[in-house]
Design a protein around this ligand. Structure first.
Ligand code: 3PG
Length: 208
């Protein structure tokens, strides 16, 4: 079976997870991340402007790896793909959501938080997935425990991953990259401090 997320985990060490409230922030934010050497962004579909933000970034910052996050159902998967997302991320996954992710043809990271969910995804041909909420469900200890019995699964842990623990996650053999919201904090977005965001991106890009 095709593995849709084949190379997604190997693009950048950290995928910036972004909750955007002002669509005017989208393009300068994307440019700031690229300038910092971290050409990836996951726009979460948690705000009314998220799809428009994806469309603007797709049109104006084509060099960034552009994803949609918090994809919860088939309609959102389709809408994100239509807006220009190049990859999709979901916090958890149901059979119908996984089918919808596949139907888009885009690389995707379905979310898991238990061993049985990992095994279910492997049965369906997914080898790369998001562990969410990583810290709350066992974090590095869970990933270490999975590495030996379930070596085929690779993860992007997200949820509680931050500068103090990101490098430790990235050192694990079954972690390809991590996701985190620390690259685009609300205060820096509000202040339009793109240089500070580029600085955070630069630090994150050097984590691996
Ligand atoms: C996500 O959507 O993956 C999380 O909200 C990001 O979690 P964090 O804010 O703990 O980085």
């Amino acid at each position: 079976m095709t593995t849709y997320a084949e190379s997604l985990l190997d693009q950048v060490p950290v995928i910036p997870v972004v909750v955007l409230h002002d669509v005017e922030h989208a393009v300068p934010l994307a440019r700031a991340l690229v300038a910092g050497g971290l050409p990836a962004i996951e726009l979460t579909l948690r705000t009314p402007v998220a799809l428009e933000a994806i469309a603007r970034i797709a049109a104006e910052v084509p060099e960034i790896l552009l994803g949609a996050g918090t994809v919860l159902d088939a309609d959102q998967a389709k809408a994100a793909a239509s807006a220009g997302a190049a990859f999709l991320v979901s916090p958890g996954s149901t059979p119908s959501l996984r089918a919808a992710l596949r139907d888009t043809g885009l690389p995707s990271l379905p979310g898991v938080s238990t061993v049985s969910e990992v095994l279910t995804l492997l049965e369906e041909g997914w080898t790369e997935m998001k562990l969410f909420p990583a810290e709350a469900v066992g974090g590095r200890e869970l990933l270490k425990a999975l590495a030996s019995p379930v070596p085929a699964a690779r993860f992007c842990p997200t949820g509680g991953v931050a500068p103090h623990n990101a490098a430790d996650y990235l050192a694990l053999p079954n972690v390809g990259c991590v996701g985190g919201s620390w690259l685009a904090p609300a205060a820096l977005l509000q202040a339009r401090d793109w240089d500070a965001i580029s600085g955070l991106a630069k630090d994150a890009a050097s984590l691996r």
